[in-house]
Design a protein around this ligand. Structure first.
Ligand code: TRP
Length: 355
């Protein structure tokens, strides 16, 4: 029996490279080794009151992109959260077990209170409860998520244990957060600071669905700096002396010399370009001979090549309404079977049995 893994993403529309490498790639890998339940968290999106048509379009786009990235409905259970009525039912049960004090302390909640004081609704407060229900519903042991969601996984364990304790059972197990490698992959933003995020503007992210021309334009506009920061200008003889000493290994090269924006550019290259190319530009950088325009052109071409198969799949799948409907129905069916079993066991445990 394979271990169960559960994860979801909120349907925010088109996914960018950061979403892809930070999350979806892990799901694609996990479907080979785990019994994976991967879903589109449309109920979680309701906290921000999206327009019905937008929500529907975003769910559809997310599903298309999941499929285009390689999630295979024959290898995992791929579904839309709201297609499981059991989620809403178990959410009610767990809301009785979650305390105001612990929910108010959650950093993601406090952030929202700060960023959107005009819409601090109860659903925002109980967001971690809904997430715990997604996970516990299928008795997941592994939950692939980013660092910002780890606290929610801890709360999931707490809620599951509390249920067990309150009802005197050993029913829910303890899931753990999961990433491949020791740290989650971080994809840098094109604005030269921090990680790729839609909240920093359309031109700071590369969408999986972006056309080659758009990718080129965005990368050519990415922030850089005016060149390597050396303590000695190249006109100073000490510049060449330290350089020579670095080359013989007599002194260590300052590896932190790159500015964040330039490091970001190199990091992006690290994701899509060949090591020799990265080596070449690193060498150019060290020799103070780097031309960022040239580097960006190379990066843009490698990025286009990297994303082209995905973009083409997105187009193909978008055009196949029948396939999409079938995937959604079959995935929903499989997930409801698992959720139905859990929910009837829970009803029995807590005394809501119908007969
Ligand atoms: N809260 C997650 C996010 O914002 C999405 C999510 C909802 C999720 N339910 C989940 C992730 C269950 C993992 C497991 O990214």
């Amino acid at each position: 029996m394979r271990e169960i893994a559960v994860s979801g993403v909120r349907p925010t529309g088109k996914q960018h490279l950061g979403n892809y490498l930070g999350a979806v790639v892990n799901f694609v890998r996990m479907q080979e080794e785990y019994n994976g339940y991967f879903f589109i968290a449309d109920l979680h999106s309701l906290t921000t009151h999206p327009r019905a048509a937008d929500l529907q379009a975003n769910v559809r786009q997310t599903l298309i992109e999941y499929l285009a990235c390689g999630l295979d409905p024959d290898k995992c259970t791929l579904f839309v959260q709201s297609h499981l009525p059991q989620i809403s039912e178990l959410y009610l049960v767990f809301n009785m077990l979650a305390y105001l004090g612990e929910l108010e302390k959650v950093p993601t909640f406090k952030d929202k209170v700060r960023s959107q004081p005009e819409n601090v609704n109860a659903g925002l407060l109980t967001y971690p409860v809904l997430m715990a229900v997604d996970i516990l519903m299928h008795h997941a042991m592994k939950v692939p998520v980013g660092k910002d969601q780890m606290q929610h996984i801890e709360m999931t364990r707490n809620f599951g244990n509390r249920f067990n304790h309150v009802y005197g059972v050993e029913y829910f197990k303890e899931p753990v957060g999961f990433t491949y490698g020791d740290k989650p992959l971080s994809v840098p933003s094109l604005d030269g600071e921090g990680k790729m995020s839609k909240s920093k503007g359309e031109n700071t992210v590369i969408y999986l669905a972006d056309e080659p021309e758009v990718i080129r334009k965005k990368i050519m506009r990415a922030k850089t700096d005016s060149g390597p920061q050396s303590i000695f200008p190249p006109t100073d003889v000490r510049y060449f002396m330290t350089k020579a000493m670095e080359e013989t290994g007599a002194i260590k090269r300052n590896e932190n010399a790159k500015s964040e924006s330039v490091q970001n550019l190199f990091d992006l290259m690290g994701l899509v370009s060949k090591p020799e190319k990265i080596g070449f530009f690193n060498e150019q950088y060290d020799r103070h001979a780097i031309r960022y325009g040239e580097m960006k052109k190379e990066l843009a071409e490698d990025m286009v090549n990297y994303l082209t198969p995905i973009r083409e799949r997105i187009k193909e799948i978008s055009a196949d309404q029948a396939y999409l409907a079938r995937v959604m129905n079959e995935g929903g069916e499989k997930a409801r079977t698992s959720a139905g079993k859990t929910m009837s066991e829970v009803r029995e445990i807590i005394g809501l049995k119908s007969s």
